[in-house]
Design a protein around this ligand. Sequence first.
Ligand code: SAM
Length: 259
Amino acid sequence: MTDTYIHGHDESVLASHRWRGAENSAGYLLPVLQENHTLLDVGCGPGTITRDFAQRLPRGRVVALDRSAPIVREAVGAIQHCSGIVGDAYTLPFPNRSFDVVHAHQVLQHLRDPEGAIGEMARVSRHYLAFADADYDRMMWWPNVQELDRWMQLYQGIASANHVNPNIGRQLPSLALACGLSRYTTHAITWTYATPELCRWWGDLWAGRVLHSTFASEALRLGLSTHEELAFIARGWKAWARQPGAMFVIPSVAILAEN
Ligand SMILES: C[S@@+](CC[C@H](N)C(=O)[O-])C[C@H]1O[C@@H](n2cnc3c(N)ncnc32)[C@H](O)[C@@H]1O
């Protein structure tokens, strides 16, 4: 059975992913990159991180892989030594040890079988395997508003009904061990939205996601919410984003494993 990607690729989702870059989302990996490395980015999304990697590997090669064809096209962009492929993290279309570095950012939380995907990524990596995921249950925001509490409850419900784990961040070290990775380091990444501009950006994006993305269609399909409640949550996000002193912190855990 194919996993449902519970964010989907609505513009409101892609706009939040396009904020990411190698510095703010994969800083733990940058010190080991060498300019002739080959790198596979699994679940590349719109590819802002992927293209940052390509800029840092001018004598290497970067491959962007995702299940969605339009997303792969966006990820590759106009970079000469970056190519794209539509594929599945569970069955990567490459021989063993094909890439110096294999990377996956915010992907394992969307998979029913994260161990299967880690094993597959380890198979095609030659030197380094790097993966990072957020931990929704440890996200932090202020002020407290009931609409955001309900948003989190719904998010957890949608993920659980789809048999995926939005709180996987804290489990990545034990998953690494379970997959036979013994030489690895564990890192924490935080994204902080605490200026009025960033809070408005983040809150307005989520207001859109709550109404138009797969979050909305899954909440309705599963009978977890109604159009009226989603509109209430969206208004809550917008109002929260305009409160003086608002802030939102997203923690992720990253694993950098060596083969
Ligand atoms: C949350 S996005 C992360 C995108 C990108 N890595 C980033 O951080 O900006 C997750 C991406 O994984 C892709 N994806 C989900 N399941 C996948 C699978 N089984 N194989 C490959 N890609 C998958 C989705 O299509 C989506 O683009």
